[in-house]
Write a protein that binds this ligand. Structure first.
Ligand code: FES
Length: 110
């Protein structure tokens, strides 16, 4: 049974090659747009309470860098790629429906 989807914003609200923090439906999400591709991970760094969406987006490496201490997180898997963060952040499945962006928590790998 899948969780209800949560509307984050209109697709036109996020510029290509950028990231933004969105709080919606009890979720805190770092939404990333690279070209026409969308990614969503938890916006709270797993090392301390800082926004990943406010960090630097590496388009080639597909990571967001925490601006506080420099850990980079994969926007595909939510996994940290360098210290000091060691735990992943959540990932979300993203869909665009009629011009709006929605997320649902990604299924756990089994
Ligand atoms: S708060 Fe993000 S790496 Fe320390």
């Amino acid at each position: 049974m899948s969780a209800d989807r949560v509307r984050l914003c209109a697709l036109s609200d996020i510029a290509p090659d950028s990231s933004m923090r969105i709080d919606a439906g009890g979720l805190r999400v770092a939404l990333v747009r690279i070209g026409d591709d969308l990614f969503a991970i938890g916006d709270k760094c797993s090392h301390a309470d800082f926004s990943l969406a406010e960090g630097e987006l590496d388009i080639e490496g597909r990571t967001l860098e925490c601006w506080k201490h420099g850990s980079t997180f994969s926007i595909d898997s939510g996994e940290p790629e360098c210290l000091p963060a060691m735990k992943p952040v959540p990932t979300f499945d993203v869909v665009v429906d009629d011009g709006d962006v929605y997320v649902t928590p990604a299924e756990e790998a089994s």
